[in-house]
Design a protein around this ligand. Sequence first.
Ligand code: PLP
Length: 437
Amino acid sequence: RSSPDPTAGSPSRNEALFERSAARIPGGVNSPVRAFRAVGGTPVFFVRGQGPLLWDADGRTYIDYVGSWGPAILGHAHPEVVAAVKAQAERGLGFGAPTELELHMAELICRLMPSVEQVRLVSSGTEATMSAIRLARGYTGRARIVKFEGCYHGHGDALLVKAGSGALTFGQPSSAGVPEETVAHTLVLDYNDTVGLEETFARLGHEIAAVIVEPIAGNMNLVLPRLDFLQRLRSLCTQHGALLIFDEVMTGFRVGLTGAQGLFGIRPDLTTLGKVIGGGLPVAAFGGRREIMRCLAPLGPVYQAGTLSGNPVAVAAGLATLKLVQAEGFYDRLADTARTLTEGLVAIARRKGVPFSAQAIGGMFGLYFRESPPSTYAEVMACDREAFNRFFHRMLQEGVYLAPSAFEAGFVSAAHGPAEIERTLEAAQRAFAALGS
Ligand code: PLP
């Protein structure tokens, strides 16, 4: 629950910081969703995180369900992660040369994710997907890529595309500054729409370099894939010589130790990772079949590089995190926590007469202001955003920090215990009651 800290600054320190930030940083933030535009109000400036809790600049505490947008799977400032970072920092912050730590990370990823035979480290999920697309194009000698509306793969130009009107259309840039020619090779289809997939492959299969997909969609709230959709995707790619890229930046080490691909038993050609593998610092990766990865410079003709790639301090944080998530029963406990939360919320909403549903998979969850969980982008868009925004602000007041948008998945950490879930559900009683009235 929020508790004013007598040692903290004035109650309006958040507002003051935001106002000053807006003068020097566009929108006051370094990534747009942080600005609270979707929900309104002033973003929270955090000064500290410990376990499942965050403290803001006004000294209020929050139970955190954003988890730094996914990386904080152990909660904040886990002592073993902090110790690993400190130890490495004292040995040097970075060398721009190979280190043994990177080797450990690569070996670990390849051991846990059987589809990954070789892997390259980068510094953000955006770099990972951008590089995977370039590699897929270089390997196949084809230009077209397929993505799904509502899936987010970072802000690389070719992936910043929304569907054009009507089925089976070429995409339109979804950002100014992206020329139409840049996305002319990007096709946008509907998630979970197997028929659309089949039609596209029948028409253009021989031109498609790759299909990139979030195997569990976590950027249009949480949308679970239909298993037959993913299976058909796999078989169509194989049949037509296109590469299947699973973007597991969010789901990797979040839904289980072997990612969504392990859960569904599907082997992509390439996989992108990020978030959890950096334990809160900038590490991401792309990897896959050796034969494809061999096309990368310096072995092959596909260029890719990075001054900070494999940075030892960041990799040390990631390795410490990945060591702890391998503990027996780690993901079962995480999934239990997420399920207890979502089942509790659904029960309260029902009692208060609020149209609401929720679901969880591994350590991620979705909250929907509609009667049942959505399985398409259109269904996500039909959720009651106004209700979400009111719920969000009431929960924030109660000291529960949810993602500031109706279209984001939520995350629990191993540090979230029964006490945090109970406090969250108590807050939700009041938030849903206010919504029902
Ligand atoms: N891919 C997915 C599935 C993501 O969820 C994200 C970020 O949220 C990205 C790629 C981009 O990662 P980054 O923000 O590290 O560039």
